[in-house]
Design a binder for this molecule. Structure first.
Ligand SMILES: [Zn+2]
Length: 64
């Protein structure tokens, strides 16, 4: 399982494995504790997750 979370450093969406405890943000390099992040989705495959991220970016239009 994969989860889509919001980085509390830069506010961007990123992907993590649901069994991970921490994740380095690829954008701002914050070391995120996943229990503290806002989880926006849970998906089964990395492919599904990347589709979801793309859809989110299209909806928001820009990086917020
Ligand atoms: Zn970040």
């Amino acid at each position: 399982m994969y989860i889509v979370v919001v980085c509390y450093g830069c506010g961007r969406f990123l992907l993590a494995k649901s069994n991970q405890k921490t994740k380095g943000c690829p954008y701002c390099e914050t070391r995120l504790k996943l229990i503290k992040t806002k989880k926006v989705a849970q998906v089964k495959t990395a492919q599904e997750a990347s589709n979801y991220l793309r859809a989110l970016k299209e909806r928001t239009g820009k990086n917020t």
